[in-house]
Design a protein around this ligand. Sequence first.
Ligand code: MSP
Length: 501
Amino acid sequence: MKSKKFYVTTPLYCVTAKPHIGHAYTTVAADVLARHLRSKDLPVHFQTGTDEHGSGIEKTAGEKGVAPKAWCDRISAEFRALWKTLDISYDHFLRTTDASHEAGVQAVFERLLKTGDIYKGYYEGPYCASCEAFYDESELKEGRCPVHGTPAGRVSEETYFFRLARYEKALLEHYERHPDFLSPRYRAQELLNFVKSGLKDISVSRTRVSWGVPVRSDPGHTVYVWFDALLNYATGPGYGPERPSAGFAQVWPADVHLVGKEIFRFHGVVWPAMLLALGVELPRKVYAHGWWTINGAKMSKSRGNFIMAEDVVRDYGVDALRYFLLREMPFGQDGDFSMEAFRRRYNADLASDLGNLFSRVMNMAAGYLEHRLPHKPEGSPVFSELSSRTPEIDRSIEALQFSEALEQIWRGVSRLNRLVDERKPWDLARKDPAALRAFLNEMVWCLRLVAGWLDPFMPATASRMHLQLGVGMTSGGVEPQKVPPLFPRKHDDKPGAPGNN
Ligand code: MSP
């Protein structure tokens, strides 16, 4: 890694809906990266949070009969609770209703008014209330919002514009000079085409939305939610246009913004243009991942097919969910989530490959290592071969290729399973106890390595393994024990079915 520190972010999640596995996905990915880099002694700053302004939220709160802020408090707390359940190691949870963020947004707005990057104008044209966005006629699909498919309304109102068009050339130059800025590459082309086709200034204030950050010099306007929310990445660590804090200087520029593909344009075009206008260095990378469908269909309110992380965790445990999310589909591409696929992977990869290996070795170690933890096996070919895989696993994680890293780890796990089958330790127990002890010694060390690889992905499992493998203990201080299965096999999804506990 080039950086001397690492700043990673997730999008700020909208508090219109409760958190589901789509939200968990980006957050778990950011967490794996953060944990991995911390283990390499890199100072990491990991920021996430909630996006709380806009008429959509005001409307939802109204429907529930609560004040917007009370609603935001409730849903924001649910996100935080889920991140606790999922072992998310964020450093800062930012809410766009935090006073320090709101003050930062107001200050940036005033600064850009002063520099002429924001100016007052008049907007007349199509508007989608759900997106809270103005559209160009050419963007509509048969008069309907391209995102929601609902008929677009028409509005005419006074608004402030941000001079996005002014930054078209600078953006194209930046993309050219930093080919990894928009990642993965196969998603970048669409954005390049969009910018090349000519940028238009965008409206960044609303007079019709009251639940937002008021423009300080013109309080009849509130700041457009996206302009407000994008600034979180800078206000979180302490950016202000007058005096950025020492904290900001320490973490900025962001090393990677992880986002879903549907918000790539805001992060890859609008956000860097805002930073260019402010004279702030651009983030190093914006990485757009793909979307989960559920049994082949889009997750949506009308279908009611949301998969909630808590439900999966209740039945399978936190680490199984973390594993599946990052293993099932390559980060960047789209994929499908089904409980059948989940159970299949759980049983095959976790219960059988990893879980069985671990209990087979540990149960024999408990019986045959004479209650002493082993010493590092000198000259063990399998241990050296396995150790030599670490750099490629690290590289995959650092390239955000999480599924590849897990495949590499599982190749190591399979190698060890094969070795147990070949060496037949249960036979050795009868024929050659000294050879058995040497073999188990080697295996314990190999499993320590595997536990280390798994640590960023499945921290709770890794620490259970570490404990049982005596990692961090003084030699001879811990006895290997018989262990309960790491991942009990599941037979059926139905509650109460045998083995489903
Ligand atoms: N509030 C904005 C982001 C502002 S960032 C300055 C927003 N929020 S969101 O809650 O609607 O979505 C946030 C993220 O959730 C998406 O970018 C995406 O990462 C993730 N996902 C939501 N549903 C998803 C799937 N079905 N699959 C994968 N990720 C998806 O956009």
